[in-house]
Write a protein that binds this ligand. Sequence first.
Ligand SMILES: Cc1cc2nc3c(=O)[nH]c(=O)nc-3n(C[C@H](O)[C@H](O)[C@H](O)COP(=O)(O)OP(=O)(O)OC[C@H]3O[C@@H](n4cnc5c(N)ncnc54)[C@H](O)[C@@H]3O)c2cc1C
Length: 415
Amino acid sequence: MSKKILIVGGGIIGICSAYYLSKSGHDVTIIDKYGMNSGASYVNAGYLSPGHIIPLAAPGVIKQGLKWMFNSSSPFYVEPRINLDFFKWLYAFNKSCSNSNVKNSILPIIEISLLSQDLLKDIKNKNKMDFHYDQKGLLMLCKTEKCLEKEKDVVDLAVQNGLRAKMLNQSEIKKIEPNINIDSIGAAYFYCDHHTTPGELINELKDYIQKKGVKCITNTEIESFEIKNNKIESVNISNQKLIYDEYILSAGTWTSKLCKKLGIDLLLQAGKGYSINHSSKTDISCPAILVEPKCAITPMNGFTRYSGTMEISSINNRIRKNRVNAICDAVESFYPNIIIPESDREAAEYGFRPISADGVPYIGRANKINNVVIATGHAMMGWSMSTGTGKIVAEIIDDTKTSINIDRFNPNRKF
Ligand SMILES: Cc1cc2nc3c(=O)[nH]c(=O)nc-3n(C[C@H](O)[C@H](O)[C@H](O)COP(=O)(O)OP(=O)(O)OC[C@H]3O[C@@H](n4cnc5c(N)ncnc54)[C@H](O)[C@@H]3O)c2cc1C
């Protein structure tokens, strides 16, 4: 049965949900507070990485965060602030930084990431889309033995869980990246990881869904929800009352604010990250993560992107120049022939990753309001998990068996 559906938030998660919901025959509208042309879904590193098997909430993360808290150019930073939602999130996040959280998350993370890769290839091929999609794998470059050893543990875990990955020495790295000097002592290599150019992909998908009848209302915010019998009856925007059968909350970092209006307590914080586009040509051909400084390098269609920093902070528009410089300096230190011009550093952009309290997304029906599906909290894996999330959202709405088990993603889980 066709339903009228409102998707709140038109980032990659909202757009992929719209793709599958409209394919399923529903009448879909996306509403976005801004222009659907900026933020995390545009500035990300473009990785589709089943190899990222460890959730953000893992042993040692809080300790590392505390160590780096007063270093303004560190890659991971938690801004201290007096805010009840932040305290609740921090308490739950700290509790989740455990071996059991990692153990319980690995399989669901791999399943949704692999599902998403398959679905994205399918979307591209079936619809003859042009967006850049590359399957060159991902190098995790290390400068120290300590990091190399940790990467070896991740490779072993990945292989045990069916992924293709291995450790490389310097000459093996050179075979993968022959045209550029790399200063590292070795790397982990995830054959299973793919990459894309985000702006290209999201714009092509956005055009496609609109041609298929999805309506997009931009620069418009929901003022209030009217709730009756545990259901959203209508939403109010600019003196207009709009009525839908189902509501998908996919507003990224801002989803917790929307949930609050509905009496739902969703533990979510913003993890700001920056990216810098290198305007002149580089000889980098394989994506790489610089493990110690935690920066991502992506050869995109026509340019190279450097990204990094996880700043758990309030939602603000401030670009911290010292963090942008720390990303660029790290790139120049691993790739001695690369020089990033000041003009590219000045043009750095940012986005907010929606960070759940255990680093695993929230996908599923809200238990307090019957016609609400929540889809957010993907942290640094939202691009990798986007098409899988969209497909699952449509399956939930259609009340059909989901493509994978989604118990681990339950948005009503307790911490
Ligand atoms: C620097 C950086 C690098 C990254 N690299 C990768 C990567 O390589 N691979 C990967 O998998 N992930 C990566 N990520 C994470 C990934 O980008 C995010 O997880 C993903 O984009 C989140 O998508 P989203 O649609 O949930 O949220 P967003 O992209 O934030 O979209 C949310 C949308 O909701 C709208 N909105 C907000 N409030 C409201 C409201 N009240 N009403 C209506 N609309 C609203 C916003 O305007 C926005 O358009 C990276 C992130 C960053 C910042």
